[in-house]
Each structure stands twice: as C-alpha cells, then as structure tokens.
Design a protein around this ligand. Structure first.
Ligand code: F6R
Length: 611
C-alpha cells in the first residue's frame, strides 16, 4: 500500500498534493515525496511522514501548476530518502510514483544492467521507470507509447503516475490491481489512490479500471486500454463526505480492516500461491528452506494476537511438516534461559515488527545460533531487519489498535510456509497438498461470504452487551481462535472474557456457568465436532447461553445453540481464517453498543515498544 496524488491545472499544485498526501497517510507513511515542474522537473523526497517533508523544504520555491506526490508503505527496499518516491529516470527526464509490486522486476533489472544501467534505490519502481525510458529511447516513441509497451511485459500490481520534463502539462497514469481515481474539474484534473485528495475541488470522478492508461492534461482526459483503443471515461458523482472517505466509508478503522480481509488475504496469497501449477513461491525463505525442513524444532515467538496465530501454526506445522513446534510468549522466552540449539528455527510473528519483547527474544536466540524467520506486516521494521529471512504478510497498514486483518494474513503466510516445507519434506501426500492449495485459494471468497452475515452479529452484540463475563471455547485448530475471540472482546468492549480448550472447561471454568454466562463455541465441522457438541450439551444443562460459530448447514449444532454465527465449510487447517471473522465482528459491535472507543481502546497502543 502507498498513497498517490497528482494535479494538473491552473492552481498551485504543491499545497493540493501535500493536503492529499496527509489524507492518504493511512495507506503508509514511511517516506514522502513530490515531483514538480518548477524551472525543470524537480523531485523533493524524504524518509518519514508528510509533515517531515514539508519542514525540510520550507523556503524552497515550489511554484508549479502540475505535480505528483507519494506517501510510501515500503515493499522493495527499506524506508529511506533514496527509496522514497518519486524516482527519476537515468536521464532525469522522467519522474514516476508507484503503488504496488512489480513481481518480475529482478528480470527487468538484469536486462537493464546488461544494457549498462545502474540504480540508485532498491525499489522495483526505479526498475520499471528506467525500463519505460529505455523503450522510449529505443523506439523513439512518445511516453504514452513507451508505458503501454512496458506494461505488457510487467507482472504484478501497479498504479503509476509519470511526468515528463519535455511535456510539462501532462501526467500519464496507468493501473492494474491497485486503486486509481481521477477527479474531473473545470480546466483541471486530480489523481489519487482514493477520492479524498480531491473532495473539496470536485465531486465528479472516474474510477480507472485495470489495464487502462490515462493521459491527463488540464483540460483533457484521454483514457485508453493497453491495445491503444480509446475508452469513454465514465464520470461518477461522489456522494460522500470527507470525514467518511478517510476511513474508506467505514465508521471505524477496525470495521474497515475487518471488511478488508477478503482483499488482504488475497494480497497475501497473490504471487505466491499457484494452485493450478501446484506451487508455493516464497522467495523470502527460499534460501533457508532446507534448514527449516531439517530443523529439530521450530519455536514460534510472539505476543497477543500474533501469539494466537503462532498457536494455530503450531498445529499446522506439526500436522503437515512433522516437526516439533513450541509456541512462546516473547516476554517469557526472553527472560528465562531457554535451551536454544544451533539450527533451531525461531519464527517471530509480529504485525508491527517493533514489539520490544519479540525483538529482544529473537536477538537473544540469534546470538545463540538459531535461524530467525520473521512473519511481519510492516516492511523494513526492526524484526524484519534482524531476521535472517522471512515473509511479509502484505495486509497494508493496520490502524485500528485491535489487530484483525494482520491475524488472518499471518495465518495465510504461516500456512503457505508449512505447505511448502511439508511438501519438500514429503510429509504431505500429493493429493492432500493439492486439495489444501485449492482450498487456500478459495479462502478470500469465503471470508467475503462470512462478512455478508455481519447484521446477524450486530444483533447478537445488542442482545449480549450487558453480560459481565464471556467464555470462549474451541478444540483443535479452533482453540486458538477461541483465545483470540476472547482477547478481542476484552480489549474492545472491556467485558471480561476467557478463552479455553473446550474439553478443559470441565476442569474448572464450568463452575462459572449459570443463566447469565454467554459461552461462545467455535464449533465448525471437523474431527472434534461430536465432542464439542457434547460440551455444548454440558453448558445447556447448566442453563448457560450457547452462541456458536458453526458451519453453514450444520443443523445439529444450530439446534443446540441459542444463537449462531455462520461460516462456509472449510478444511480444519484453514478454518481459523474464517471462524475468527464473526468473533472480530462480535467484539466490534459489542464495543460499539457499549459506547467504547473501538479504534483506540483505553490503555492500549498499536505498537508495544516498551518491555
Ligand atoms: C490485540 C493486539 C495485540 C498485538 C500485540 C503484538 O488486538 O493488537 O495483542 O497483537 O501487541 O503486536 P505485534 O503483532 O505488532 O507484535
């Protein structure tokens, strides 16, 4: 994720771009930059937030009627001044910003290196820009034509905006897989990742589609496909207020992030999972794949929600890879004197990549000879940097303090790693491997299906919001989901909740059960299904209220439950990516019903960098 803004018209471009970038900072904020035509094509960029760029260029003459701007969420190359966008081509004639990932950039880079190009950043963006420039030079063609030719060679996702020193009124834009909105004004045009940068200037917008290219001048907008055929721009009228669009139309970032999950899980699988080919490509861990496969044990180290993802992964790795797995709270692991043998594999799981306990735990383990893999969301974060290898979760910035979309993305990444290692090791039969690959590919759609039932969950939240305690129970792969459901409810609604393995309930928590206690069962169709139905009976016999997350069509569980939340059928290994969704919604709507600040729950912080 990155935020992009562009303007061409009679107004001063710089203030429009800076204001727009501030509105898009939710998309990423590790570096910022603008390109302007002010006595030549000039680029101003800096590591850090938009305000830091502004401060650094106070006093500079930024007078220009055209410009592009970028707020970055790093994918290729750590956040730094040199990796910040816009990038300039080798000749300095072109400037470009990019949101997305060019998957075949290393191949393109090699071609350019063979032709004598060198690069001043680690980004895929600079590669694409010079690739475009090379085509323009070789074919002696327009920038528009060069972009079209170049994009036919590109795999991956992109929105790009380009400026050419030789054509000072024009912005060339193109998209595939990442969002691009063009605002149509009177003698002016605006461009953005969403409509927020242009809302006070125009309500007329064009949503550019995949494989479309736009030539944007102050008084002209030409839209074409990659076959160079003109497309009539479809102008839509925006019916939204600025405040709403900043959260993408949702009331809270938490709700937005819950609803983003079909896309974030998809983004996480994209370019890695190829069910048709039967392959999983994880370039970040490739170098260590043999060592992971031969490890005597794997230790998952994490905190909070990420620790719950580690618990699910324990079950998955043991099942698919037949490797002994331990799951450790980073804060415990780091302070005791754990036995770490050379060649042990430590998987650090963290959304922020900055959690202090996780960071120190892996530093210690690294010093003792362990191999460290990071499963991290924030690119370039400390945990990502200190790890020997790893895989990013690509969930995009998570702004709501309660972690939601990061959890499902962590599960998707960990499942892919386990599938890859298990297949290499020969511990997953071919048929099962292919079945899981195919089912994993369907998960984004099944998440979307689950989200369609949010109204039922909203009504449940109203019904149970006054309870003082909740019990969450699950077995097998759904036990960690019960823990996660309880954590979400606690932090968002301040209702006391405990998660337990359903069978363990009889060893103590059952004493709490009476007619006032809601008990949430995570009870999808899996090998433990009959056992968990017996546990439901035990709660009902003591007058507890049974609320169940069940598989669609499971009439038996439904008949034992006071209320149900549905998920589609899925293999038990993949089910947690679905069963957690209703529990996230239950926490959100309960917090809302109780008037809590769901995006900023009391006493919590998004990134826990204290010990
Ligand atoms: C819960 C939550 C926290 C984090 C924990 C670890 O909703 O957000 O429990 O999961 O603080 O943070 P990361 O994953 O950034 O290391």
């Amino acid at each position: 994720m990155c935020g992009i803004v562009g303007y061409t018209g009679p107004r001063e471009a710089y203030p429009i771009i800076i204001k727009g970038l501030k509105r898009l900072e939710y998309r990423g904020y590790d570096s910022t930059g603008v390109a302007l035509q002010n006595g030549g094509l000039n680029v101003y960029k800096k590591k850090g937030k938009v305000a830091e760029l502004e401060e650094s260029i106070v006093g500079v003459n930024l007078h220009s009627h055209i410009g592009i701007g970028h707020t970055r969420w790093a994918t290729h190359g750590e956040p730094s001044d040199r990796n910040a966008h816009p990038h300039q081509s080798a000749s300095g004639q072109l400037a470009m910003i990019h949101n997305g990932i060019i998957e075949n950039y290393s191949q393109l880079k090699q071609e350019l290196i063979n032709k004598g190009y060198s690069f001043s950043s680690d980004t895929d963006t600079e590669v694409l820009l010079n690739f475009i420039e090379e085509i323009k030079k070789n074919n002696n063609c327009s920038l528009e034509e060069a972009v079209r030719v170049a994009l036919k060679r590109v795999t991956g996702a992109y929105v790009i905006l380009l400026m050419d020193a030789g054509d000072p009124g024009t912005i060339i834009a193109a998209r595939k897989g990442s969002p691009l909105v063009i605002g149509v004004g009177k003698g002016e045009h605006f461009l953005g990742s969403d409509a927020s940068p242009m809302l006070e200037y125009t309500k007329e917008v064009v949503y550019v589609n995949d494989y479309e290219l736009a030539i944007v001048k102050p008084d002209e907008l030409i839209l074409k496909n990659l076959g160079n055929e003109k497309i009539t721009p479809y102008i839509q009228k925006l019916d939204i207020e600025l405040a709403a669009i900043e959260k993408g139309g949702y009331d809270h970032f938490m709700l937005k992030e819950i609803f983003e999950q079909p896309r974030t899980v998809y983004d996480c699988l994209r370019g890695r999972l190829d069910a048709a080919e039967g392959t999983i490509t994880m370039s970040g861990i490739q170098q260590y794949a043999e060592q992971i496969m031969n490890a005597n044990r794997i230790v998952m180290v994490a905190c909070g929600t990420s620790w719950h993802a580690g618990l699910v992964a324990e079950y998955i790795f043991e099942e698919l890879c037949r490797i002994n797995v331990e799951v450790e709270y980073a804060s415990e692991f780091r302070y005791r004197n754990p036995v770490i043998n050379k060649g042990d594999v430590i998987i650090a799981i963290s959304q922020s990549g900055e959690t202090a306990d996780t960071l120190v735990a892996i530093e210690n383990a690294k010093n003792n000879g362990a191999i460290i893999l990071g499963v991290v969301n924030v690119v370039g974060s400390s945990i990502a940097r200190i790890s020997h290898a790893g895989a990013y979760t690509h969930a995009g910035p998570e702004i709501g303090v309660a972690s939601t979309k990061a959890f499902t993305a962590q599960l998707a990444v960990l499942t892919m790693i386990a599938l890859k290692i298990g297949y290499m090791k020969g511990t997953i039969p071919q048929k099962r491997y292919m079945q899981l690959l195919n089912e994993l590919q369907e998960i984004p759609e099944k998440v979307a299906w689950t989200l369609k039932h949010s109204d039922t969950i909203k009504a449940l939240a109203e019904k149970y919001k006054d309870a003082h305690d909740f019990l969450y129970l699950g077995r097998g792969y759904n036990f960690p989901v019960a823990l996660e459901g309880a954590l979400k409810l606690k932090e968002i609604s301040y209702i006391h909740a405990e998660g337990y393995p359903a069978a363990e309930m009889k060893h103590g928590p059952i004493a709490l059960v009476d007619e006032n206690l809601p008990v949430v069962f995570v009870a999808t169709k899996d090998p433990y299904h009959e056992k968990i139905m017996s546990n439901m009976q035990e709660i009902k016999a003591r007058k507890g209220k049974v609320i169940s997350v069940i598989t669609e069509g499971d009439e038996t569980s439904a008949s034992l439950s006071d209320d149900v939340m549905l998920v589609p059928e899925a293999d038990e290994i993949l089910a947690p990516m679905l069963t957690v969704i209703p529990l996230q919604l239950l926490a959100y709507y309960t917090g809302l019903a109780k008037g809590c600040d769901v995006d900023k729950p009391r006493n919590l912080a998004k990134s826990v960098t204290v010990e």
